[in-house]
Design a protein. Sequence first.
Length: 376
Amino acid sequence: MLFESYQLGNFTLTNRIVMPPMTRSRAGAGEVATPLMAEYYAQRASAGLIISEGTQISRQGQGYAWTPGIYTHAQIEGWKKVTKAVHEKGGIIFAQLWHVGRVSHVSLQQDGAAPVAPSALLAEGVKVFLDEAGKGPDAGVGSMVQHSMPRELTIPEIKQIVQDYAQAARNAIEAGFDGVELHGANGYLIEQFIDSQTNLRTDEYGGSIQNRLRFLGEVVQAVADAIGADRVGVRQAPLTTLMGAQDDTPEITYIEAAKVLDKIGIAYIHIAEADWDDAPVMPVAFKEAYRKAFRGTLIYTGKYTRNRAQEAIEKGWADLVSFGRPFIANPDLPYRLKYDLPLNEANRATFFGGGAAGYIDYPFADRCNGCETRTL
């Protein structure tokens, strides 16, 4: 089933394999996508669906050096080269839109302003990637630095960020993306509003689960109104504690979130399972509850192998499965998985920043005669 086509809204995916968002920090001056990035994504266009790296919706939404934006004309033009290259290879690509919230640094903000968040809480030990030497992405030299103390957003500012998301979605469609995924995971702004330990507000955006889900609902509705709900996905990570985000009752909270998204009628929810050593395992009952709460497509990510992916689809938990790091080193990953071929190993030293090395120079597998006899 992993290698069969799948209907995602109006899009026919050639297989059920997804390339998930992965920050590679190779944007050019002005946070503009480059021709190198166009080649990188085009190489991986055999994925049923590509979701771009996190792309900030505004200057305020940036949290790391050399990540691309989608809020200026130059950035839209840069992404046009990427989407054109992917489409010419027959691929489908969504843009992941993000606002990092508190996970930023004053040096990345306009005029050295403080990062923003639902509540003025510092996540001790949570670091961001900076180009302190000013050498640019080609040098691939940066450092991890404690994020800056955030300030609490006002309600008018929250309303403006909702509109920033909607405009970024329109910009993504103008840039040629087939749809957008809203980054609601990994401790960034949307999740900061959702999780009980990062949202201590006492107004309509804090306190009860319904209030903490208000920002999610407003953003998703605004984006759906702007480009159509069938072009919208949301990423969630209910059991991860990345970037200091944690909820006291994740199974209750995130099933309620799924119901909000189901009501709006978006295309998919993309669930990131915790994937570090000794990480909490997502219970089967939790996955089954997601399926009952949300009628759209469910995508799962988290150290999936070919066999685990097949099992997830066969048991009905997942419709699509994404493979993260394997796609970095294997541009032809669907072919390698289909024919059970060895995988290239990724060079972690080139994950963030740099040029072509460790980015577009990983070899494709030799096409073999009789490979069809090796499928499982």
